[in-house]
Ligand binder design. Structure first.
Ligand SMILES: [Zn+2]
Ligand SMILES: [Zn+2]
Length: 120
């Protein structure tokens, strides 16, 4: 089960949602990735890999990161990915779940400590 927190900027009202778990994926030898959402069984993951017809390189977990420059969300695996925004190539990225008390990407304000959001 995953849970989200919704952070709101105390000054401009900008909101960002952060999930307490990431986006698990299977990475392939050619750089492709298939994201899957739990609950999914090991045999379903295996089926997905077979369908792809590529060799599995690794499993990983990508987390939502917000760009402090353009506010877009990029899924990045901190262990394997370059921390770069896919949209503007900015490098100042913060995990969305860690946005509580951080500065707002849109204005000079501060994000609040988050309110309970969705559960899935
Ligand atoms: Zn703001
Ligand atoms: Zn950006």
């Amino acid at each position: 089960m995953a849970m989200s927190l919704r952070y709101t900027c105390e000054s401009c009202g900008f909101t960002v949602e952060g999930w307490d778990d990431g986006n698990p994926y299977v990475g392939y030898e050619n750089g492709d990735r298939d994201y899957y959402y739990h609950p999914i069984s090991e045999s379903e993951v295996f089926e997905m890999i077979m369908k792809k017809g590529l060799n599995e390189l690794r499993r990983g977990n990508a987390l939502d990161h917000i760009c402090m420059n353009c506010e877009s969300i990029t899924m990045l695996d901190p262990y394997h990915d370059k921390m770069v925004c896919r949209k503007c190539k900015g490098t100042e990225l913060i995990e969305t779940y860690e946005m509580g008390g951080k500065s707002c990407p849109k204005c000079e304000g501060k994000m609040d400590m988050g309110k309970m959001g969705a559960i899935s």
